[in-house]
Design a protein. Structure first.
Length: 421
C-alpha cells in the first residue's frame, strides 16, 4: 500500500502510548507545570493513567489555558530546546503561541508526509502550497510534509490569484494545497483565464469546515479529487488526521489519542455519536497536548477503511461547539470584532455579525452604526479606520456597513452579536 511507504515507524501499542504519556505527566509534575497543578487538585498521579478509560480522569485543556499562560507559561521544555514558534488567533488581541522542539517539528513533518501520502502524493508530484506562510501553521506544515516525500514544492503562499494560475500552468502543478474557499477563487480565476496547461489532479484542503456539496463543486470545476486534511495549531498544525482516496472519514495520526465528549457535560459520548473532539498527544513535548478541547464537532467511525490503513477514523468536522466563526480559514470571535469597532472614534459599540453559508462555506458580514454625535461627512474616515482595525485584529477583511445612528437593535438582556441567516 502507498501509505506503508510513508510511515517511518511501526504503529505504537496502547501500552507504549500510555507509558509515554505517563512519562510526560511525571515530567510536568517535576517542573511544576500548570497542568500538573490541575491534576493535583483532583488527587491524580501519572500512575492512575493506564489506558483509554482512564483518560477521562484527566482535566481537559482549553485555548483559555494557553492564553492565560501567554506568552510561554505552558512551555514544558527549556527555552534553549525550542526551535520554532507558531501561533493561532486569540480572543483578546494576543495570539495563542505554540512552541516546538526539533523532535516536535520532525514529528509534525512525518505526520504531514503520512497524511498527504494517504492520497497518493509522491516524488513525482508538483505541490503548490497556497496556504499563508508565517505564524500560521498551514504553509510550513504542508511544506515540510511534501518536502519529506520528495515532491517538488512551490511555496507560493496565499493571494495573488493570477500569479497562482500562471505558476500552475508554467510548472505543471499536480497538487494544490489551500483553504477550500481559496480553491473556489482559483476555480473562478480559471474560468476567466482558461484551463489550457492545467495538470491538477488533487486538492488538499483544510483550515476551515467545508461541505460535501462544496467538495463536489470543486472536484467538478477543477477536475480533481478533493481531500480533507484536519488539524489545529494548538495541537500541532495540519496533520492530525486526513482522508485517503476513499474519502471515507479521516484517518487519525498514531501520535494522537482521540476522544469524543458531550460539549456541555464533558462525559464520553456513546460510540459513534457526534460530540466534541478532545485530543491527547503522547509525543509532543514542548507544549503538552493533554485532553485538548478542540471545540470541533465530529464522531469516531467504526470498521476498517477499504484503503487498508489501520489507524482509527473520524467523520468530517460538522461545526464547532462554541461561538467561533471560521472565515477564509481564520478564526473569528465576536470579541475581536468588538475590539475593532470600539477602537474607531465615531462608532457606537452596537454591532451585529451576520453569518450564513453559501456553497457550503461560512460567510460573514458586519453591521455597526455611527454615534449620534458623529457627522455623515466623517463616514469615509470611519470606514477607512474600521477596515484597518478589523484587518489588524483578525487578519482578514470582513465586509461591513456603517448604519445611521440608532439603527442597530437594542435588547433588555444580552445583545445578539451573531445573527445566522
Amino acid at each position: 500500500m502507498m501509505t506503508r511507504l510513508y510511515r517511518t515507524e511501526k504503529l505504537a501499542s496502547p501500552e507504549e502510548k500510555y507509558e509515554e504519556l505517563r512519562s510526560i505527566l511525571r515530567h510536568l509534575e517535576e517542573i511544576k507545570h500548570p497542568y500538573a497543578g490541575r491534576m493535583a487538585e483532583r488527587g491524580l498521579r501519572p500512575e492512575h493513567i493506564n489506558g483509554y478509560e482512564d483518560l477521562s480522569l484527566l482535566p481537559t485543556t482549553t485555548k483559555y489555558d494557553l492564553l492565560n499562560c501567554y506568552p510561554l507559561g505552558w512551555l514544558a521544555r527549556d527555552k534553549k530546546d525550542i526551535v520554532r514558534i507558531h501561533a493561532t488567533s486569540g480572543t483578546t488581541g494576543k495570539p495563542t503561541l505554540v512552541a516546538y522542539t526539533a523532535e516536535d517539528v520532525a514529528m509534525w513533518a512525518r505526520n504531514m508526509a503520512w497524511c498527504i501520502g494517504l492520497s497518493g502524493v509522491n516524488e513525482n508530484d508538483v505541490v503548490q502550497i497556497s496556504f499563508s506562510y508565517g505564524l500560521f501553521t498551514g504553509g510550513l506544515g504542508y511544506h515540510d510534509g511534501a518536502d519529506l516525500l520528495g515532491a517538488v514544492v512551490v511555496p507560493v503562499s496565499g493571494g495573488f490569484t493570477d500569479r497562482q494560475i500562471a505558476l500552475m500552468k508554467d510548472l505543471g502543478t499536480t497538487v494544490l494545497a489551500c483553504a477550500p474557499s481559496y480553491a473556489l477563487r482559483i476555480a473562478e480565476g480559471l474560468d476567466e483565464k482558461g484551463r489550457d496547461g492545467i495538470a491538477l489532479r488533487l486538492g488538499l484542503f483544510g483550515a476551515e469546515a467545508w461541505s460535501e456539496e462544496l467538495r463536489g463543486f470543486l472536484e467538478s470545476r477543477l477536475g480533481i479529487k478533493a481531500i480533507d486534511i484536519y488539524g489545529l495549531s494548538e495541537a500541532m498544525g495540519p496533520g492530525v488526521s486526513a482522508e485517503c482516496l476513499e474519502q471515507n472519514g479521516l484517518h487519525i495520526s498514531d501520535d494522537f489519542i482521540a476522544q469524543i465528549v458531550d460539549p456541555k457535560t464533558l462525559a464520553p459520548a456513546p460510540d459513534g455519536d457526534e460530540g466534541e473532539l478532545v485530543l491527547t498527544s503522547w509525543r509532543k513535548s514542548a507544549f503538552p497536548v493533554i485532553r485538548y478541547r478542540t471545540r470541533d464537532l465530529t464522531s469516531l467511525m467504526s470498521g476498517a477503511c477499504p484503503c487498508g490503513e489501520p489507524t482509527p477514523r473520524m467523520a468530517r468536522v460538522r461545526g464547532r461547539s462554541d461561538d467561533m466563526l471560521i472565515f477564509h480559514g481564520v478564526n473569528v470571535f465576536p470579541s475581536q470584532v468588538e475590539s475593532a469597532v470600539c477602537g474607531v472614534p465615531g462608532l457606537t459599540p452596537n454591532y451585529r455579525i451576520n453569518a450564513w453559508k453559501e456553497r457550503g462555506l461560512q460567510n460573514i458580514s458586519l453591521e455597526c452604526e455611527r454615534s449620534p454625535e458623529s457627522s455623515g461627512d466623517d463616514l469615509p474616515r470611519m470606514e477607512h479606520e474600521l477596515s484597518k482595525a478589523i484587518k489588524q485584529s483578525i487578519g482578514v477583511t470582513i465586509p461591513f456597513e456603517i448604519l445611521a445612528p440608532g439603527i442597530m437593535p437594542r435588547g433588555d438582556n444580552k445583545a445578539v452579536r451573531i445573527r445566522k441567516k
